[in-house]
Design a protein around this ligand. Structure first.
Ligand code: NDP
Ligand code: 8X3
Length: 252
């Protein structure tokens, strides 16, 4: 029988590449995000693999009710989720602490922290019932070291790291694995979103070196998910060759 993955934030970047990778390996896919048209287009592409089923669910993960409704209304055939990938998230702005916008801070906290908590809380009861499951949270190198003007984005990713550690301890009796994947710079729509559509500023982030591609991270996540059931990668940092830490990238 096929396994099932639920990946949040599949309309773009890492989430899309993760869905494609797992679909290629014959996982049924629940894909989420706010942009319905993109979700449906991805669902159509993934479904061209005739061996799998795909369920697109459009909702805003920062909204508690929308998130719980989406999971609580799953039909019986979709309630056996083997792997939950908490990927949806964003950086909004990159400004000094004293100049940053409160709205940006709230958006990041609501999405990266509260959204991840809502989704985890909604899915864990389904995994507990099956006495197995794997939660893979997407942290960041920003979860390991704070960088200049990264303040609250970094704080949300430090929180993802702490939540992953807590989940790992508390979910052990239910045989649920927890992995935190911490990528460095990946060339996705991340910087376009961070700089609010300023493509020049976004492109400048990746100038002078080759960043990770979304597929590199998706391959690594798939490796973690495919390990034997007694093996768990708890925490993993992955960067491109040029990046030594969250704040040091060697540019030519
Ligand atoms: P993208 O902007 O390409 O993708 C972000 C995804 O998150 C989109 O699918 C978006 O969907 C979804 N999302 C954002 N806000 C919400 C929301 N309120 N409700 C539902 N879905 C939402 O960026 P990445 O792929 O790079 O980012 C994915 C994750 O990886 C994030 O958690 C990010 O912090 C993390 N990360 C990224 C790195 C990078 O350099 N790119 C490095 C380290 C970590 P939609 O807009 O349709 O709702
Ligand atoms: C995303 C990468 O370097 O902008 O987490 O924090 S970075």
């Amino acid at each position: 029988m096929n396994k099932t993955i639920l990946v949040t934030g599949a309309t773009s970047g890492l989430g899309k590449a993760i869905a494609e990778k797992f679909a290629d390996a014959n996982y049924n896919c629940i894909i989420t995000g706010r942009r319905k048209q993109r979700l449906e287009a991805l669902a159509a592409t993934l479904s061209s693999n005739n061996n799998i089923k795909v369920l697109p669910l459009a909702f805003d993960i920062s909204k508690k009710e929308e998130t719980f409704n989406a999971i609580n209304n799953l039909s019986e055939e979709w309630r056996n989720i083997d792997v939950l990938i908490n990927n949806a998230g964003l950086a909004a702005g990159r400004d000094a602490f004293d100049e940053a916008s409160l709205d940006d801070w709230e958006t990041m906290i609501d999405t990266n922290v509260k959204g991840l908590l809502y989704m985890s809380k909604a899915v864990i009861p389904l995994m507990k019932k099956n006495k197995k499951g794997h939660i893979i949270n997407i942290g960041s190198t920003a979860a390991k070291e704070v960088y200049k003007d990264g303040n609250v984005y970094c704080a949300t990713k430090f929180a993802v790291n702490a939540i992953s550690q807590a989940q790992r301890i508390d979910l052990l009796p239910h045989r649920i694995k927890v992995t935190c994947i911490n990528p460095g710079a990946v060339d996705t729509e991340f910087s376009i979103v961070r700089f609010k559509g300023d493509v020049q500023k976004a492109d400048a982030v990746y100038e002078g070196y080759e960043p990770l591609h979304a597929e590199d991270v998706a391959d690594t996540i798939f490796y973690c998910a495919a390990l034997p059931k007694h093996v768990c990668i708890n925490d993993l940092v992955i960067t491109c060759l040029a990046q030594a830490s969250s704040f040091y990238t060697y540019k030519e």
